[in-house]
Write a protein that binds this ligand. Structure first.
Ligand code: ASP
Length: 450
């Protein structure tokens, strides 16, 4: 009897659970003491190197993948007005979900009165970093040097350039066909590379989580128990109730199917804490598992990773209420409204800045007159909570991509409803012998001709 192969998602989840368990064990047993063998060679040696290699490999894929897929996408849409519609719809939906997220965060946190009775004893200083102004962000959408934009991974600039290339190719028309083919093949090659990197994910996810949890421990969470519980509660509410309701209302699609297919992407986001590094996986999930056409997803995914941060917005709402109460500041209705507006603006304003959550928060605090040092209070637990909110962030990107894809008729419902769609199989990662031979022949022929 043939043994049923375990799916990659299952393996990744096993890697995650084992990673958390091993990390906890190392942390609790005290094996991770500064200078110990485990600390030097396992946690900051093996686990660190494997995790870092993996995140770097994912990041390596992002720029060429976005470039090729977006140019392919623009050519696929073919009509500039359609492109504008995709842009407009996704922008509106991203703002809407962010605004709902932070409002729910504030209402629940304020309703529960979290932070009241917390005594302000923080010795962790936090000084907010400067964030670019909205005007600067707008101006910066156009790169003065595309190579610099790519080298620095400036997502909005790369998106802008790719769209321009796509439009210009359409304008050149027939003569540009070879380039179209080249870019399409380039896109396929990059997608294959995503599969290769994903094949090692179970081990990498294990290493990433074992390292984080071994270094940070979960004890920290207990210190700020109230904040942590409310924040995680609202994050889960947003993911399972709000986002799923939005998906259902706009598309009527099966919620359980969405959640099943999103799991892998969520684990990637959770273990890397970066929506940007997760772009390759989100793009793959949304197109190959959920059936959104590349012409829509190639835009909505990198755009969402940059401007749409529902989880981060929730953190801001909950943190604002918590710290305001801890300092005994009454924000009042107007203050809370300012926080909502500021957070939505900040989520656009900080587009392209890595690890943006806290920078956005300091912008919001300055605006409503809360002490920025107050952020020091929650700094300790932020690294762990960042993992959870990043998983919520990418889920929002995927929901909006499906909604826009379906409304634009750039969506294949058969792929969405097929539970096995987009599974990475062993055959896919295997180079068939004939292909190897054929390619070798081609190379030889080119050589001989030279
Ligand atoms: N880590 C989050 C993300 O990349 C952003 C943040 O909340 O800092 O989506």
């Amino acid at each position: 009897m043939a043994k049923k192969k375990m799916s990659l998602t299952t393996k990744v989840i096993i890697g995650m659970v084992l990673g958390i368990m091993v990390g906890l064990l190392i942390n609790i047993s005290g094996l991770n003491a500064e200078g110990s063998f485990t600390n030097m060679y396992v946690v900051n040696g093996l686990f660190y190197v494997i995790g870092k290699l993996f995140i770097t490999a994912l990041k390596m894929l992002v720029v060429p993948l976005v470039l090729f897929s977006l140019i392919t996408g623009v050519i696929g849409i073919g009509d500039i007005r359609e492109l504008g519609k995709v842009g407009g719809k996704s922008f509106a939906l991203y703002l809407l979900t962010t605004a709902i997220a932070i409002t729910v965060g504030i209402v629940i946190a304020a309703g529960l009165g979290i932070g009241e009775g917390v005594h302000m004893t923080t010795d962790t200083a936090f000084s907010g970093k400067e964030a670019p102004s909205l005007a600067e962000v707008l101006i910066n959408i156009i790169p003065s040097n595309v190579f610099q934009a790519m080298a620095e991974g400036k997502m909005l600039q790369i998106i802008f350039f790719s769209i321009m290339v796509g439009i210009s190719i359409l304008m050149v028309g027939k003569k540009a066909e070879p380039v179209v083919e080249l870019i399409e093949i380039g896109n396929e090659i990059m997608m294959k590379m995503v599969n290769i990197v994903m094949a090692v994910a179970p081990y990498a996810v294990f290493a990433l989580l074992a390292k984080s949890i071994a270094s940070l421990g979960l004890g920290l969470l207990a210190d700020l128990g109230q904040y942590v519980v409310v924040l995680i509660g609202v994050l889960l509410f947003h993911l399972f109730v709000t986002l799923m309701a939005i998906l259902k209302i706009f598309t009527g699609l099966s919620v359980s199917m969405f959640l099943k297919k999103a799991r892998e992407m969520q684990v990637f986001a959770f273990s890397t804490s970066s929506s940007n590094a997760t772009i390759p996986v989100t793009l793959r999930t949304v197109t190959e598992k959920m059936g959104v056409d590349i012409s829509v997803a190639s835009f909505t995914v990198p755009f969402g990773a940059t401007i749409n941060m529902d989880g981060t917005a929730i953190m801001q709402g909950v943190a604002t209420v918590f710290i305001a109460n801890a300092y005994g500041v009454d924000l009042g209705f107007a203050g809370h409204l300012t926080v909502i507006l500021m957070s939505v603006l900040a989520s656009i304003g900080t587009a392209g800045v890595p690890g943006v959550g806290l920078i956005m928060l300091s912008m919001v605090f300055t605006q409503v007159g809360l002490p920025v040092e107050g952020i020091g209070l929650i700094l300790g637990v932020d690294r762990l909570l960042d993992m959870v909110r990043t998983a919520v962030n990418v889920s929002g990107d995927a929901v909006v991509s499906v909604i826009v894809g379906k409304s634009e008729n750039k969506f294949d419902i058969n792929i969405y409803n097929d539970p096995n769609a987009g599974m990475i199989t062993e055959e896919e990662l295997h180079i068939p012998e004939e292909v190897e031979k054929e390619l070798a022949e081609v190379v030889k022929k080119v050589h001989d001709e030279e």
